[in-house]
Every structure is written in C-alpha cells, then in structure tokens.
Design a protein around this ligand. Structure first.
Ligand code: SF4
Ligand code: SF4
Length: 181
C-alpha cells in the first residue's frame, strides 16, 4: 500500500524556481530511478543518514507555502482515524464526510474524489491543518526511518514534490564522491 497516491503528476502554479527543479527531475527521471535502484544496495543507515541530511537542508530552502503541489495534484490516503478527526471538525458523521469528499480506489484505499484537495486554500494553507491526514503530515517522507523501504515511492514523489526532486538530484550528483555508486 502506498502512503500517498498520485492522481495527476502535472504540477500547477508553483513558484518559478520550484517548477525548474521539478522539470529537471522529470528530465532526469530515468537516471534518478536507476540511481535509487542502485542505492538499495547500500546499508540502511547510510541511506537514512543521506536522506535525512538532505531533507533538513532542502526544507531550509523550500517553503511549502510557495508550492502546494502535493495538495494540488495528489491525494493522501485517509485512514479511519483521519476521517474520524475530520468529520468531528466538520460536525458530521464519518459516513457523511466520506460520501462528500472521498472515494475508494482500486487498492481499496480511501482517497480524495478529486484534486486539488478541497481543503487547500488560495494562499496554499491547509484549512484542516491541525487535523490533516497522517499521510499529509508525513509527506514527503524523506525524513522517516528505513528509507530503503520507500525508494520506489520516493522516485514517484520526485516527479511531484520539488523538495524530493532536489534531494534525489543532489544525492545522485554527489554519489561518485560518496560510498554509493
Ligand atoms: S488535507 Fe491539507 S495537507 Fe492534506 S492534501 Fe488537503 S490541503 Fe494538503
Ligand atoms: S511537500 Fe513538496 S510538493 Fe508538498 S508543498 Fe512541500 S515542497 Fe511542495
């Protein structure tokens, strides 16, 4: 089961620089996919350390409020706990919340009926931020443990999220100087 499911991979309205980062990642899609495949042979610790360092560095440079591309083009998976929290916020029953906003995909996961996410506001803030789905709070997952388990997902996310794109591009560029090749 994927943690975050792309619906469309075309981005909308992100800042110029972020668009360029994503374009570069799309252009280098094959190279990045091959690099991430090779990376799987490295130690778990090495992979985690590299991603976590890059994650911290990239989110010092990128402000999600300049972007919003994940919320504009993809859907998180909504767990039962997520729908309970959100339905409470809207003061409706979970079944009503589900009927209004969600559908079940081919994998049996609950996802948004459509994108952009209905809770994404014009200023790119999240209307339900404090009770947003867990998948949203953990996206783009580049600071989680055991990154080796989600390198395929990370490759997909590098086509949606400029932060992930930047991380993967940079790791691939510095690879010859590090232990992974
Ligand atoms: S719930 Fe909030 S964080 Fe999650 S996709 Fe919607 S707008 Fe984005
Ligand atoms: S997580 Fe990535 S795609 Fe989402 S808003 Fe932040 S930089 Fe953009």
């Amino acid at each position: 089961m994927e943690i975050y499911q792309p619906i469309f991979t075309t981005f909308v309205l992100v800042e110029e620089k972020l668009i360029q980062i994503l374009e570069k990642s799309k252009h280098n899609e094959k190279e990045n996919a091959a690099f991430l495949k090779r990376l799987k042979k490295q130690s778990k610790q090495n992979i985690d350390q590299s991603f976590h360092q890059e994650h911290d560095a990239v989110f010092d440079r990128i402000d999600c409020l300049d972007c919003g591309n994940c919320c504009s083009t993809t859907s998180p998976i909504f767990t039962d706990q997520d729908t309970k929290r959100l339905s409470k916020l809207f003061r409706v029953k979970p079944v009503q919340f589900i009927a209004e906003y969600l559908r079940t995909d081919l994998d049996g996961d609950r996802v948004l009926k459509s994108t952009p996410c209905p809770f994404l506001m014009d200023d790119k803030k999240c209307f339900v931020y404090d009770v947003r789905p867990q998948a949203c709070s953990e996206y783009p997952h580049t600071n989680r443990k055991n990154m080796y388990q989600i390198l395929d997902l990370t490759q997909k996310n590098s086509l949606v999220c400029p932060a992930v794109a930047d991380i993967v591009e940079h790791l691939r560029e510095i690879a010859p100087k590090k232990t992974f090749r």
